[in-house]
Ligand binder design. Structure first.
Ligand code: HGY
Ligand code: MN
Ligand code: MN
Length: 417
């Protein structure tokens, strides 16, 4: 593992609460335009959150390192320092644009409090434990969700990753290099993967399951398969005033018809979800007929073959619409994750430790899902009274946040031996 920033322990700390830890970062990355938080990977806001985490971890006597892919690891080592068969928890700190306060940071803050609880029970861990903070979980800057965990597990080709570009045209290689990584070394980390015995991620629930069940926490069973595609519609840019309606090849009209077609196709397939949340006209002038429109499609379904068939239907429909509007359309897959079923043995162990927790599936992707083919993984969800996520309305009650951290500590304690 390439150690980029080994930071050693300094002092210890009294147990904090999740609410207090989250209030430390409540002003970091607030978005006055969108509301909520915009903390894209390696932005000033996310770098400030990394600094906050490293500080909190070193205060707890954890030894902190950043690996070759930019994931931060805060280790509570056994006396011998052997890190094989480690127990890992953690989550992410980056957000979607205008996201909520809990998606990611709740898992990181809860992991810090869980370590406090475990340390109070036994100052020496029976097995090595680490808190991991994965970069670019949302894929909001470079377009690929869970980029850090995909790199670590080999789920993305390092060359493809190096050449990913953010909306300003910066490559991931350049931004990673500017933040202390050597882009030549990003990629699968067999040694690190081989040392992880289990990964348990706590996350705010992104839905209404726990509200409807009137329970504070749940254990995850599965993650819906999901993918992202970019559609580029090429038309004829022109003047809004001098171009008669009959003479237009307007990609904005084609894109708009496609978005309605996408909604209709997803509606006709039970359990499917299809979303266009990001659309970019080029050049984007009020008095300009766009020459091109790019938009991004997010499709999810429990059955991977159904996802593929739905995407094919959408592609066929989009080609017909483009032709009718005198345009052309190109569709490119940007990322694809199969449906994940978490390790049933680990799930059962968590169920023993958390007997009152119901088992819930989720439509949201997570780093735990990316690790699950190679590492036994599990997730704990914490109730979100609004049921809303990827929005400023995402919420967790203070008492549920503390219940979640205690549940994570209980789950980790049950896996410690
Ligand atoms: O998009 C997702 O499902 C996750 O929140 N990154
Ligand atoms: Mn998340
Ligand atoms: Mn998210």
């Amino acid at each position: 593992m390439h150690h980029v920033t080994p930071v050693t322990a300094r002092t210890s700390t009294t147990a904090a609460t999740v609410t207090a830890l989250l209030s430390d970062i409540a002003a970091t990355g607030t978005d006055p335009l969108r509301g909520g938080y915009t903390r894209s990977v390696y932005s000033t806001a996310e770098l400030d959150l990394r600094t906050w985490f490293i500080d909190q971890a070193t205060k707890r006597g954890l030894s902190v390192e950043t690996d070759r892919n930019g994931t931060i690891w805060a280790w509570w080592d056994t006396p011998g320092g052997d890190r094989s068969n480690s127990l890992v928890t953690g989550s992410h700190l980056d957000s979607v644009p205008g996201g909520g306060a809990f998606d990611g940071p709740l898992g990181v803050a809860s992991a810090l409090v869980a370590v406090d609880i475990l340390k109070a029970q036994n100052p020496i861990p029976a097995r090595p434990l680490a808190i991991a903070v994965f970069p670019e979980e949302e894929g909001s800057r470079f377009g690929v969700a869970c980029l850090g965990s995909r790199l670590m597990t080999g789920a993305i080709d390092p060359n493809k990753a190096r050449n990913l570009r953010d909306p300003d045209g910066n490559t991931f290689a350049d931004i990673a290099h500017a933040n202390g990584l050597d882009p030549r070394y990003i990629g699968k980390d067999e040694q690190l993967l081989g040392s992880i015995g289990a990964f348990v991620e706590l996350h705010v629930e992104q839905g209404r399951g726990l509200i409807d069940l009137d329970r504070p926490i749940a254990i995850a069973s599965s993650i819906l398969g999901h993918g992202r595609w970019r559609l580029s519609i090429q038309g004829q840019g022109n003047h809004a005033g001098t171009t008669l309606m009959a003479d237009r090849k307007d990609p904005m009209v084609a894109a708009s018809r496609m978005v309605i077609g996408i909604r209709d196709a997803a509606r006709s397939q039970s359990h499917a979800r299809a979303t266009v949340g990001r659309l970019q006209p080029i050049p984007g002038g009020t008095n300009v007929i766009a020459s091109r429109v790019d938009f991004w499609l997010d499709v999810r379904h429990p059955d991977d073959a159904t996802t593929a068939a739905l995407v094919q239907t959408i592609h066929n429909k989009s080609q017909l619409i483009a032709a009718e509007e005198g345009c052309t359309v190109e569709m490119t897959e940007e990322s694809l994750s199969p449906t994940v079923h978490f390790d049933i043995g680990l799930q059962n162990q968590l169920q023993q430790a958390l007997p009152d927790a119901p088992i819930l599936d989720t439509g949201a992707g997570h780093d735990a899902g990316v690790l699950s083919p190679l590492v036994p993984t599990a997730m704990v969800f914490v109730r979100n009274p609004s049921g809303v996520s990827h929005s400023p309305e995402e919420h967790v009650l203070d008492e549920d946040a503390e219940i979640g951290a205690q549940a994570l500590a209980d789950a980790l304690a049950s896996l410690m031996n």
